[in-house]
Unconditional design. Structure first.
Length: 152
């Protein structure tokens, strides 16, 4: 099996500010949509953040990906992307404006996926979650917020 290090080198992935590694693979001319390859590694995570647009996640390879979301009403839900027979689930759309984080769970030590944003992703539309602010907004989700945010 290919390793996370080999994937990073093969696809020339760079560290993402939210965690993980990425490379933009497409940006339309108008810019109606964009896509990236995104790699999560074990003992790291994509910290809670939000963007203005919808984002479709597509599972490709490796461990399961768990996407943790808190919607605008403060309701928490999680989605597992996986190729395991008990939980075949390869795609998920995170609604624009939802706070979300992700992590990989499994034996390989990494998960490779693709993310497509419509309209195209722009870092001006990206907001990294601050732990103290998220805890004030959603105190009922203290455990998951503390686990999947970085202290700034």
């Amino acid at each position: 099996m290919i390793t996370a290090r080999e994937l990073i080198q093969k696809f020339e992935l760079e560290p993402h500010p939210e965690g993980g590694f990425y490379k933009r693979t497409f940006l339309s001319d108008n810019p109606s949509f964009s896509s990236i390859i995104f790699l999560l590694v074990k003992n790291n995570f994509s910290a809670f953040h939000k963007i203005k647009s919808d984002e479709q996640w597509n599972w490709y390879y490796g461990d399961n990906i768990i996407i943790h979301e808190i919607d605008k009403d403060g309701i928490y839900h999680q989605t597992k992307l996986s190729d395991q027979q008990k939980s075949f689930h390869f795609q998920h759309v995170v609604k624009g404006g939802n706070w979300f984080a992700s992590e990989c769970i499994g034996e390989h030590g990494f998960a490779l996926c693709g993310c497509t944003v419509i309209p195209a992703f722009n870092f001006d539309d990206f907001e990294m979650g601050k732990q103290t602010e998220l805890l004030q907004l959603f105190p009922q989700h203290r455990d998951i917020i503390e686990r999947l945010t970085r202290l700034s």
